[in-house]
Write a protein that binds this ligand. Structure first.
Ligand code: CP
Length: 320
């Protein structure tokens, strides 16, 4: 794997290999010293043009656990504030000879551009409404940990699908792993033609969510809404909020975070036993370690034809 720009570009075998690697790193996380020397002497750049807590912190910690030198740049307080272009910023940071650049941008396609401008491997940590591949991989990892397989699992993605890069990446990843996906929300927040384009089912009736095995709620992305897509957040919550009346004990609940408490989710379901929200954050660290590992080794090691079994000893060295 040269870059991680989208889930669309990954085969099922590549997804499974990353998840198997993440499983091996989960074992490392149980050691006293949770560090391995994989990226010792290598530099990882985290470049975030948009707000982030989970993605930025987990990529930072992942790089540190792999013993990399880490440079973190956020738009606020950097030369980007003074008007420096993305290309010039990449040129500047490339002078440090980074092995990997992780970029989040409000613009779809930004990570693809960066991959053309640098010799480093590039990770798309979210580009506009386009994709958020590491989020989808950590969500598949979380479900695989809980259910063993996604084959035949009925997943409902509920809410602001239109503005959500998470929805797009998760839809592709869940389907690639054999899940049946339904997209649910008001007609204004479901992209036209998406059922025909993807094979997903579409429902505007939240009552059908009772049939789901997994309910994946999305954040209302008000920062990406240039017009009014719902009459009000209160009205949206009344019609589409996942609460304890809608979530049954047999169902699992996911959300990529950050949650608008009381809008897409009621407080009691966020903290319910069905909620995998904390497990998703936990998965984020080991999956992002696996992504950095794959990018580091992917370009110069022989490729395997399929995933390594979960119980294969990890080729990730001794504690640093
Ligand atoms: N899920 C997600 O991308 O969260 P952050 O914006 O906090 O990184």
């Amino acid at each position: 794997m040269r870059h991680l720009l989208s889930v669309e570009s990954l085969s099922r075998g590549e997804i499974e290999r990353i998840l198997d690697r993440a499983q091996a790193f989960a074992e490392v996380g149980k050691r006293d010293i949770k560090k391995v020397p994989t990226l010792r002497g290598r530099t990882v750049v985290n470049l975030f043009y948009e707000a982030s807590t989970r993605t930025s912190s987990s990529f930072e910690l992942a790089a540190k656990r792999l013993s990399a030198d880490l440079v973190s740049v956020k738009a606020a307080g950097s030369a980007i504030d003074k008007g420096e272009s993305l290309k010039d910023t990449i040129s500047t940071l490339s002078a440090y000879d980074p092995a990997i650049i992780v970029i989040r941008s409000p613009f779809a396609g930004a990570a693809d551009l960066v991959a053309r401008w640098t010799d480093a491997a590039v990770v798309n940590a979210g580009d506009g409404k386009h994709e958020h591949p590491s989020q989808a991989l950590l969500d598949v990892f979380t479900l695989r940990q809980r259910l063993g397989t996604l084959e035949g699992v009925n997943i409902w993605i509920v809410g602001d699908v239109l503005h959500s890069r998470v929805a797009r990446s998760c839809l592709i990843a869940f389907q690639a792993m054999g899940a049946e996906v339904t997209l649910c929300g008001p007609p204004t927040l479901i992209p036209r033609g998406i059922a025909e384009a993807t094979g997903a089912s579409v429902s505007h009736d939240i009552d059908g969510v009772a049939e789901a095995d997994v309910v994946y709620a999305l954040r209302m992305q008000q920062e990406r809404m240039s017009e009014s897509f719902v009459p009000s957040l209160r009205e949206y919550a009344m019609r589409y909020q996942i609460d304890s009346r809608r979530l049954t004990p047999r169902q699992l609940l996911m959300h990529p975070g950050p949650v608008n408490r009381g809008v897409e989710l009621s407080p009691e379901v966020i903290d319910s036993p069905q909620s995998l929200i904390s497990a998703q954050v936990e998965s984020g660290l080991v999956v992002r370690m696996a992504i950095l590992y794959e990018l580091h080794t992917g370009s110069d090691q022989p490729r395997t034809t399929g995933p390594e079994p979960v119980d294969t000893p990890p080729r990730i060295g001794q504690p640093a």
